[in-house]
Write a protein of this length. Structure first.
Length: 191
């Protein structure tokens, strides 16, 4: 549920100004979030979020399929809005998470699907399990940032994870096994 995301940032290659090779972009941790939600016993939809993470994108505007993205963040950076839920998620029922346990995503391929869309495939490591996931990504905007005065880009992506695939299936199917993930990131061209 977490990681993924940021791969989206890399995915959306559009035919903007041509570049001869991939240009490094760095995620803006203050404007990058991963929001996830799942069904709770049919009574409600429960939400959580990861924010403040970092990642790197190698973005080739001329050949977006040649781009790449890597992201990592601590699982304990999860925000649930309720401390008891967070502690339960970090317990042996779910993550049994140590302070240094990381979620990682590394892209393995990008398929351009439209002028501003792409499918980003990558390896998501979550709870010690690595699986291939696909992010449906979209470039939301690319231009010089009006306050930072340098190239900036925004991306969104979605995917669905099956938590039992990552040994996080406690209480399924009563608590939904499918987790919907929405990623929104901003990235600045690295200096």
């Amino acid at each position: 549920m977490k990681s993924l995301f940021l791969a989206a940032a890399l995915a959306t290659a559009t035919p903007f100004a041509a570049s001869a090779e991939a240009v490094p972009y760095t995620l803006d941790p203050s404007h990058s979030q991963i929001v996830f939600h799942y069904n709770h016993l049919g009574f409600s939809t429960t939400y959580g979020m990861f924010s403040g993470f970092e990642g790197d994108i190698q973005w080739d505007k001329e050949d977006p399929a040649a781009s790449s993205v890597t992201v990592s963040f601590p699982v304990r950076s999860m925000l649930t809005g309720w401390e008891a839920r967070f502690e339960h998620f970090m317990s042996g029922d779910f993550f049994d998470a140590a302070d240094d346990e990381m979620v990682t995503f590394t892209s393995t391929g990008i398929e351009v699907t439209g002028e501003t869309t792409a499918a980003i495939t990558g390896d998501l490591t979550l709870n010690g399990v690595t699986k291939s996931v696909v992010l449906d990504a979209k470039l939301t905007q690319e231009m010089d940032h009006p306050m930072e005065n340098k190239p900036w880009a925004g991306f969104e992506a979605t995917t669905t994870l099956v938590r039992s695939d990552y040994n996080l299936g406690a209480f399924a199917p009563y608590v939904g096994d499918e987790v919907e993930v929405f990623i929104s990131v901003e990235a600045a061209q690295a200096q």
